[in-house]
Design a protein around this ligand. Structure first.
Ligand SMILES: [Zn+2]
Length: 123
């Protein structure tokens, strides 16, 4: 992830030096990555290692976004995009938890209704 360095003209703030991106492109990358990971988890399930990696990604991005949004002056558009990125990350986290509490790898036949909320395993 660190190998992508922003080549646009926007400055990379100190908060995002670790990822080498400007605010705008960091947000885009978070949204894209969340969508990709979400698809991957829903379609293929995840093993333990991947779960940990995705969970770590969610935590890191959430912290970076929180730092950016509390330290920097942002345009209204960027504020809105940051909020929607938070939402992407929270939804990804939910997806991860749901997959973990059901069955990780089994390939179910399609056509099963995706009922949310009522399938949480107890114990
Ligand atoms: Zn950029």
């Amino acid at each position: 992830m660190r190998s992508y360095v922003c080549s646009c003209e926007n400055p990379v703030p100190p908060e995002l030096e670790s990822v080498g991106r400007c605010v705008k492109h960091f947000i885009s990358s978070v949204e894209e990555t969340c969508a990709q990971m979400h698809r991957e988890i829903v379609l293929h399930g995840v093993d333990g290692e991947r779960q940990a990696a995705v969970a770590r990604y969610v935590v890191e991005c959430t912290q970076l976004l929180a730092r950016v949004s509390s330290n920097l002056r942002l345009t209204d558009e960027l504020k809105r995009r940051i909020l929607s990125s938070f939402l992407c990350l929270m939804n990804l986290r939910d997806t991860l938890d749901r997959v973990r509490s059901v069955h990780p790898v089994a390939h179910r036949p399609s056509g099963l209704p995706a009922v949310a909320g009522s399938v949480v395993a107890v114990g």
